[in-house]
Design a binder for this molecule. Structure first.
Ligand code: NAI
Ligand SMILES: NCC(=O)COP(=O)(O)O
Length: 349
């Protein structure tokens, strides 16, 4: 058997959702890109595998243990125990601690060098907030705080092959959409877009397109916040007062930035030609476009961390949990992308 590739920690997510079954399905397929170690409850994974008729031997290990040679039909596991029984589609507040512990195990392993990166199956933000973790916003900000970095950027990207093979497509081969704000009520968005924050986000985005994607001088298109990018100040002044001055200052530093541009036309093939990433100002400005272009073939990447972290482009899909009908496409993309990023990370510089 050849080089199994970098070891990637795969957190299995909300136990009532589709994460555990997607993890076992991917393990059964065998990941071509990297070696996976699932982080989760072995009993839960065995149960979901059995329900899908997948014969899977679980191999429990601890972070730092030698990694055995890959054998078909085996899944390595770093065990974390459920706090309460998990039933598909039924959220259980007591398991919020379990979900967070899976993240802590993976993050510690990545920081200690026991894994080259992490891939996360979806968690349910609402149940973690219901469990009392006030202010919990998602993996992205949890990782930021756990790694002690000031800022991170959420970016979703379609599988490169999707657009490259689409007849007549003249835009960039991959659509990458980063977000200036993530999980905020809409009425708080404008106030969250400050010049210092936007400056930090754009620097991280530009630097990590070089670091993780090998793009030499990335070109980034920046959306306006308001319709028609503010219509010269008649439909809002954020473009004039905040966004434009930041872009001008960063252009002087050498960053290649277009904008602020009206978001409705920016996301058209002609405007995306030669653009390596788009910075959208808020979640539902950028992600519906990305998901229309490639739901199930896209991944979520956290930029600004000391190690690769990717995730799926979807949530816990409680309505599909246990049915075997959930599409594992995005998890495949997330694993392949994390393996690619980890391989770059492991290359001597
Ligand atoms: N990476 C993560 O941890 C993410 C977590 N979430 C969380 O997931 C929870 C549920 O969010 P929703 O907005 O309902 O989004 P969702 O993605 O869970 O579901 C939206 C729709 O897409 C379908 N869907 C989702 N994944 C699918 C798959 N793999 N195959 C086929 N169909 C699929 C669902 O059945 C549903 O109809 C929320 O707590 C949200 O915060 C949402 C997005 C990402
Ligand atoms: N809409 C994307 C999403 O919810 C993923 O958030 P995160 O858990 O990766 O921070």
């Amino acid at each position: 058997m050849g080089d199994p590739g970098p070891l990637l920690a795969l957190t299995t997510g909300e136990p009532a959702g589709i994460g555990p079954e997607l993890a076992v399905r991917l393990a059964a397929e065998g990941s071509p890109a990297g070696r996976l170690v699932a982080v989760g409850d072995p009993g839960l994974l065995a149960e979901r595998a059995a329900a899908l008729g997948i014969g899977l031997a679980l191999v429990p290990l601890s972070p730092g243990d030698p990694v055995p040679a890959a054998r078909p039909g085996e899944l390595l596991v770093w065990p974390v125990s459920l706090r309460a029984p998990a039933r598909p589609g039924r959220l259980e507040v007591a398991n919020a601690d379990y979900v967070l512990e899976t993240l802590d195990v993976a993050i510690s392993a990545c920081r200690a060098g026991h894994a080259a990166g992490m891939v996360t199956a979806p968690l349910h933000k609402g149940v973690i907030l219901d469990a009392g973790y006030a202010g919990f916003s998602g993996h992205t900000e949890y990782l930021r705080d756990a790694c002690g970095v000031e800022e991170v950027v959420m970016m979703l990207a379609t599988d490169v092959a999707l657009h490259a093979t689409r007849p007549g497509w003249v835009g960039s081969p991959a659509l990458r959409v980063a977000l200036a704000t993530t999980h905020l009520p809409l009425r708080e968005v404008a106030d969250a877009i400050t010049a210092p924050r936007l400056t930090r986000l754009l620097r991280i985005l530009a630097a990590d397109l070089v670091r993780w994607y090998g793009i030499e001088a990335p070109r980034i298109a920046v959306c306006g916040l308001n319709p028609h990018a503010g219509e010269g100040g008649h439909l809002g002044r954020e473009e004039i007062d905040v966004i434009l001055p930041v872009l001008e200052a960063l252009r002087d530093e050498g960053l290649r930035l277009d904008g602020p541009l009206p978001a409705d036309t920016l996301f058209t093939p002609r405007h995306l030609e030669g653009v390596d990433a788009v910075l959208a100002m808020y979640h539902d400005q950028g992600l519906p476009v990305l998901k229309y272009a490639g739901f199930g073939q896209a991944a979520n990447i956290t930029l600004g961390l000391p190690f690769p972290r990717t995730s799926v482009d979807h949530g816990t899909a409680l309505d599909l949990a246990g049915s075997g009908r959930a599409d594992p496409g995005s998890l495949r993309v997330a694993v392949a992308l994390a393996a690619d990023m980890a391989a770059r990370r492991l290359q001597p510089v």
